[in-house]
Ligand binder design. Structure first.
Ligand code: PMP
Length: 452
């Protein structure tokens, strides 16, 4: 790696997020220049099939002409505006209507942010604002789950149930993490999945009773945990927790940042898992990754209550300079159209069984403990011993080695804990899916031969 190389310059001047620094110092950064369909290319001319759709978001691939045109057209028409002081762009109006239309709600209201983290942060502020306006200023605690990922701002990182946030002295007080509903890993010996789910629900109710329902502002959950390692809920989990939340008057917020717009095989993960949240957090796929955007979509009841609270004090004092950016909104309108009407969402439904079958074949490897996922989001968890589910020693960095070996083979996949995550773009062809299987299988066999 020469000193003037792109890799060296990346390494010298950039502060990487979520990056294993020793590994990147040794291997060099991958400096990406352009993309074609589901592939990206780097400064060395290497080509990678990105099985993670960037960061779960580039569902239409890296060069979709319709999305590029939507951006270009809107830039030419009106390149930027805000959504403060009773003003907003026409594109913002159109997108809010569209989002409510495609949401599971018959009515609603939308608030825009630049990211998923800010959307969760905004939702927490909405709940605090609402409860305070309704005379319950002590109703402030936020319930989430261990392993949940809700973002990186101080509030959304506090919601995230990952131990790494302790380096920031987080979580903030009042952010409580319930158990992760991952039956394979957290079920007790002899416990059925139904009993496990009942235990998760009982823990929720006991927590509410212990803390006091009047101190809890809301409960947030990803329909399928994404960055926690692609963890679908245990059987009946949402059917068990939703009535408890309702009984105690605790708003239920679905963080659909990854699941939204088709990834689980329906528009929303909450539809796939058959529950009705009070609000939805959206980001990533909302613009197919072509623009930074997040959105809070309030269902009818919260929309009415928040509107009434805002009217009472004459404003809702919150917003980002680029909230509802017209270019982002124009791209989002196109992205929703592309995903829903140009066959992308259908691809997920049609090819998810093929994806699952291919991965199930690979998961026959004795060092794969669990294959889990749904639709177009999957993880393979590596184990040193399948029968006892014993993980590899963390010093072996197994999932990083697998991901690095995949990179060397021209496949980008993501290490998460001891799992490797695959979350392909919706445009993947069957041939490209086979390429993914082949490279992944090869990498797994190579790494397990080295470490097992
Ligand atoms: N919620 C979920 C479920 C996510 O997966 C993510 C990002 N991976 C976020 C929130 C945060 O989104 P962002 O990175 O855009 O802030």
């Amino acid at each position: 790696m020469g000193n003037n190389s792109w890799e060296a310059r990346a390494d010298e001047y950039s502060l990487y997020g979520f990056t294993d620094l020793p590994s990147v110092h040794e291997r060099g950064a991958v400096v990406v220049t352009h993309g074609e369909g589901p592939y990206v290319f780097d400064t060395k001319g290497r080509k990678y099939l990105d099985s993670n759709s960037g960061l779960w978001n580039m569902v239409a691939g890296f060069d979709h002409p319709g999305l590029i045109k939507a951006a270009q057209d809107q830039y030419a028409r009106f390149p930027g505006y805000h959504a403060f002081f009773g003003r907003m762009s026409d594109q913002t109006v159109l997108l809010s209507e569209k989002l409510v239309e495609v949401s599971p709600f018959d009515r609603g209201r939308v608030f825009y942010t630049n990211s998923g983290s800010e959307a969760n942060d905004t939702m927490v502020k909405i709940l605090w604002f609402l409860h305070q306006a309704e005379g319950k200023p002590q109703k402030r605690k936020i319930l989430t789950r261990q392993n949940a990922y809700h973002g990186v701002t101080a509030v959304s990182a506090s919601m995230t149930g990952k131990p790494y946030n302790s380096v920031f002295g987080l979580p903030l007080p009042g952010f409580l993490h319930l158990s992760c509903p991952h039956y394979w890993r957290n079920g007790k010996p002899g416990e059925t999945e139904e009993q496990f789910t009942a235990r998760m629900a009982a823990e929720l109710e006991a927590t509410i009773i212990k803390e006091g329902a009047d101190t809890i502002a809301g409960f947030f959950a990803e329909p399928v945990m994404g960055a926690g390692g692609v963890i679908p809920p245990s059987k009946g989990y949402f059917q068990a927790v939703a009535p408890i939340l309702k009984k105690y008057g605790i708003p239920f917020i679905a963080d659909e940042v990854i699941c939204g717009f088709g990834r689980t095989g329906n528009t929303w993960g909450s539809q796939t898992y058959d529950f009705m949240p009070d609000a939805i957090i959206s980001s990533k796929n909302i613009t197919a990754g072509f623009f930074p955007m997040g959105a809070v979509i309030l269902g009818p009841e919260l929309a009415d209550r928040v509107q009434a609270a805002s009217e009472a004090i004459e404003e809702f004092p919150h917003g980002f300079t680029a909230s509802g950016h017209p270019v982002g909104c124009a791209i989002a309108l196109k992205a929703i159209d592309v995903v829903m009407n140009e066959g992308l969402a259908d691809n997920v439904v049609r090819l998810a069984p093929r994806l699952e079958a291919g991965l199930a074949e690979i998961a026959k490897n004795p060092n794969i403990g669990e294959l889990r996922g749904i639709g177009y989001m999957w993880a393979l968890e590596a184990v040193a011993d399948r029968a006892t589910k014993t993980p590899f020693a963390s010093t072996l960095s197994v999932s990083e080695r697998i991901a690095n070996t995949c990179t060397d083979l021209g496949l980008i996949c993501r290490p998460l804990g001891q799992s490797v995550v695959l979350c392909p773009p919706f445009i993947l062809t069957e041939g490209q899916m086979d390429e993914m299987f082949e490279k992944l299988d090869k990498a797994l066999k190579k790494v397990f031969a080295e470490v097992a």
